[in-house]
Design a protein around this ligand. Structure first.
Ligand code: ADP
Ligand code: MG
Length: 212
């Protein structure tokens, strides 16, 4: 069982302490299978049902290589809806609470773009948002993603169902090719496979079977 302990991972003492403070004692199955690969900087496709703790897995991937002294965007998390983006940002903020001044911005549609542009002018380390609005910012030139080291596609199956394939492809064109790409999904339909071939490098697959 010891391989389920967070302290078997190559994480900073600050992150391990925050995880303990949040009350997480053991890794979930998808975390235990994906985190060693993620922290080894590999591209990972992880499939596990809703509620299995996928957010923590990719959040640690982003936070473990964050350089707070640089005000460039380093992590980009794409989510299907505003509600999911807000949830993910909240969870990343909790995990980042041990480090001062980590700036996480959500960029979603359905609200005026002006205030988002003003916030971006002050800089951000991590962007969580929906593909359409992220694309709008890129087309307008109000978002610089040239220093992103981690791309996360969260709930990828849902994003493709909602017709975000073109937006995702457009966004990826603005990212450095030298980056880690992480794809999380509850299911793994064929269209995700073709998307992953386009935007990932030698992705390692993790699949947690439903129990019971
Ligand atoms: P998913 O994205 O797979 O649907 P979430 O990342 O939203 O799942 O996590 C579901 C719940 O499990 C959240 O409330 C989260 O805080 C909690 N959780 C995550 N990791 C652990 C863990 N290692 N131990 C206990 N609870 C956890
Ligand atoms: Mg999730």
């Amino acid at each position: 069982m010891s391989i389920m302990q967070f302290n078997t991972l190559a994480l900073s003492p600050v992150l391990l302490e925050t995880i303990a403070q949040l009350g997480f004692k053991q890794m979930t199955e998808v975390q235990a299978q994906s985190l060693p690969l993620i922290l080894d900087q590999q591209d990972v496709i992880a499939q596990a049902k809703t509620g299995s703790g996928k957010t923590l897995a990719f959040a640690l991937g982003v936070l473990s290589k964050l350089d707070v002294s640089s005000m460039h965007v380093q992590g980009l998390v794409l989510c299907p809806t505003r509600e999911l983006a807000d949830q993910v940002a909240t969870e990343i903020r909790k995990l980042a609470s041990g480090t001062a001044n980590v700036k996480i911005l959500t960029l979603c549609g359905g609200v005026p773009i002006g205030p988002q542009i003003s916030s971006l002018e002050h800089g951000a380390h991590i962007i969580v948002g929906t593909p359409g609005r992220i694309e709008d910012h890129l087309f307008k030139g109000t978002l610089d993603l040239t220093q992103v080291n981690t791309l996360v596609l969260d709930e990828a199956d849902q994003m493709l169902d909602m017709g975000f394939t073109d937006a995702i492809e457009n966004i990826v064109a603005y990212l450095p090719p030298e980056r880690q790409s992480l794809l999380f999904s509850a299911t793994y339909p064929k269209n995700i496979e073709s998307l992953s071939v386009q935007l990932m490098r030698n992705p390692q697959q993790v699949k947690v079977e439903e129990v019971g």
